[in-house]
Each structure stands twice: as C-alpha cells, then as structure tokens.
Design a protein around this ligand. Structure first.
Ligand code: SF4
Ligand code: SF4
Length: 174
C-alpha cells in the first residue's frame, strides 16, 4: 500500500470506530467509571499480547503456545516494532502470519475472542480470566490505561512458529 492508500484506510477505520461507538456507547460516553462491555475496544484493536499472555491463553484452550499461535494469533507491526495479537474473526487465513496494512485497518470483524450476539449490546471475552493484560487493564474512561505493547524479537516470534515474512499483498488475495 502506498502512503495515500494507508491514509484512506486509516480514515475509513476511524469512521468505522466512531459509527460502532454511536451504536454501542462506551463507558466514557455514558459517564460511567466501570466497563459496560460495549466491545468497542475489541472492535477497534484486539489487545496485544506478552509472552506470558500467550502461554496463559494457550493453556486456557489446552493448546501449546505454537498451536495457539498458528490458529488464533497474528503478527503486526504497530507502535515501533513487531507485536502479537489475536486475529480478527475473518482473518482465519492469516493465523500465525504477518498482517498486511489493509488488514491492520480492517473493521470487517472484531477480535476472534469477542462474544457478541446481534440482539444484545453486551459483549464478553471468550478468554475470560486468560485475556491479555492489556485488555484486562484497559479503562476507556481514563485518559491513559492499558499496559504497554510488548515488542517481540524476531527470534522469539520464530520460536512461536512465525515464518518471518513481512509481506504486503492486495485485498483480492484475502
Ligand atoms: S473498556 Fe472497552 S468494552 Fe469496556 S466500556 Fe470501555 S470500550 Fe467498552
Ligand atoms: S482478547 Fe478479549 S478483551 Fe481482548 S480484544 Fe479480544 S475479546 Fe476483547
């Protein structure tokens, strides 16, 4: 993607997030100081994971870290380095791989672990107590919340099973 395509994708992404928040107001918009389970943060960006988060969540499903990575996680390049996060629901073909830019800014579906029925505005996390620390500490009503994104080394990512490819491809490939 060139610079202008990225800017357009980001603008669409922000418009999509604003539209979701109008339909599903966050705690901060309701003047609350506790999570109302709007799911807005899980649609905007699945929480990034530390090595401990990956091991804890993999154990929740009785999987090895590598099996869990290959089916449920992706690698992205945000915040100055490589990070690991849950894939979105529709990103099955990207599991265990690097996310191209158009998918980083995709709002086609939320975090794969978000449980949300169309008739209910209340969401829940399928990882329950095994959710990433960044998710567990996010409070939209506070200016600064959520733990920092852990930057992974290529060596640690390869240990998890990453192929090392940082490819970009057209939307038609997905
Ligand atoms: S923390 Fe996330 S799920 Fe909870 S109210 Fe805020 S945006 Fe919604
Ligand atoms: S892991 Fe759970 S809390 Fe975190 S983004 Fe996904 S659904 Fe939301």
């Amino acid at each position: 993607m060139n610079y202008f395509s990225i800017m357009i994708a980001r603008d669409r992404f922000m418009d999509g997030i604003r539209a979701y928040r109008q339909e599903h107001p966050r705690a901060v918009e309701q003047g609350k100081k506790e999570c109302c389970r709007s799911g807005a943060c899980c649609w905007a960006r699945p929480g990034t994971m530390t090595k401990e988060d990956v091991t804890r969540a993999a154990a929740h499903f009785r999987l090895s870290d590598q099996e869990f990575f290959r089916t449920m996680l992706v690698v992205d390049d945000m915040g100055g380095g490589l990070c690991v996060l849950p894939r979105r629901r529709h990103q099955e073909s990207l599991a265990g791989r690097y996310v191209p830019t158009e998918e980083t800014y995709s709002l086609k579906s939320p975090c794969v672990f978000l449980e949300q029925t169309p008739e209910s505005k209340i969401t829940s996390c399928g990882l329950q107590r095994a959710k990433p620390m960044q998710c567990a500490t996010t409070k939209c009503w506070e200016k600064s919340s959520g733990t920092n994104t852990e930057i992974w080394s290529e060596e640690d990512l390869r240990r998890l099973g990453w192929d090392g490819d940082k490819y970009e491809h057209d939307e038609d490939d997905l």
